[in-house]
Design a protein around this ligand. Structure first.
Ligand code: IMP
Ligand code: MG
Length: 179
């Protein structure tokens, strides 16, 4: 457990806002007209809030729901064991789904979520992440993202909804946690 840490800014609030505008444009042209956006809590709550509003600015208005998954405890290393704490309420049978998460790393979280929604009858399940840590990762991830905000170094990051031990979620920027 890190008890004393510093934050090194990685993506500023204005950089994130500009990227979300273009990301919403990519989603608007590639997703079908009707879909369900499902944000994976808790780390994606700020990203998802900004993304659905950037989509609305392009007249894209998906149904929005949330599911809560857990794989991290309060440590900076994944437990590797994904648990469903709360399922999405909206029925996804025969619907297209866009999963929204903060970070893609090993891919275990999003693979679990996608398999779960396909098992519930979703017609398709695409993946949108703010940060993709996979470009430099070995072994390769278990799932690829369809929409990516930024490539991210293999560092522990926090802010913009992402936490370190439940802190830092309210920071308007993404930062690397340094000891
Ligand atoms: P994966 O299952 O290994 O792909 O890990 C993805 C999940 O772990 C994401 O939903 C994040 O919530 C969490 N995660 C991965 N890296 C970080 C990080 O650097 N900071 C905060 N959460 C992280
Ligand atoms: Mg998460």
């Amino acid at each position: 457990m890190i008890t004393d840490f510093q934050l090194e800014p990685l993506f500023s609030a204005s950089t994130i806002a500009a990227r979300l505008t273009s990301l919403a444009g990519e989603i608007a042209v590639q997703m079908p007209p009707e879909f369900v956006a499902i944000a994976i809590l808790k780390g994606s709550f700020v990203f998802a809030a900004d993304l659905v509003r950037a989509l609305a600015a392009r007249q894209v208005n998906p149904e929005v729901d949330f599911m809560t998954l857990a794989s991290y405890g309060t440590q900076t290393v994944s437990s590797g064991n994904v648990r469903l704490l709360r399922d999405a309420e909206i029925g996804v049978e025969n619907k297209h789904v866009l999963l929204i998460d903060d970070i893609l790393d090993s891919g275990r979280t999003l693979k679990f979520a996608r398999n779960h929604l396909l098992a519930r009858g979703a017609k398709s399940a695409k993946v949108c992440v703010l940060l993709d840590k996979t470009s430099s990762r070995q072994p390769k991830p278990e799932i690829l993202a369809d929409f990516v905000g930024f490539a991210c170094p293999q560092e522990f990051v926090a802010g913009y909804g992402m936490d370190y031990a439940h802190k830092c979620r309210g920071l308007p920027f993404v930062a690397i946690l340094c000891q």
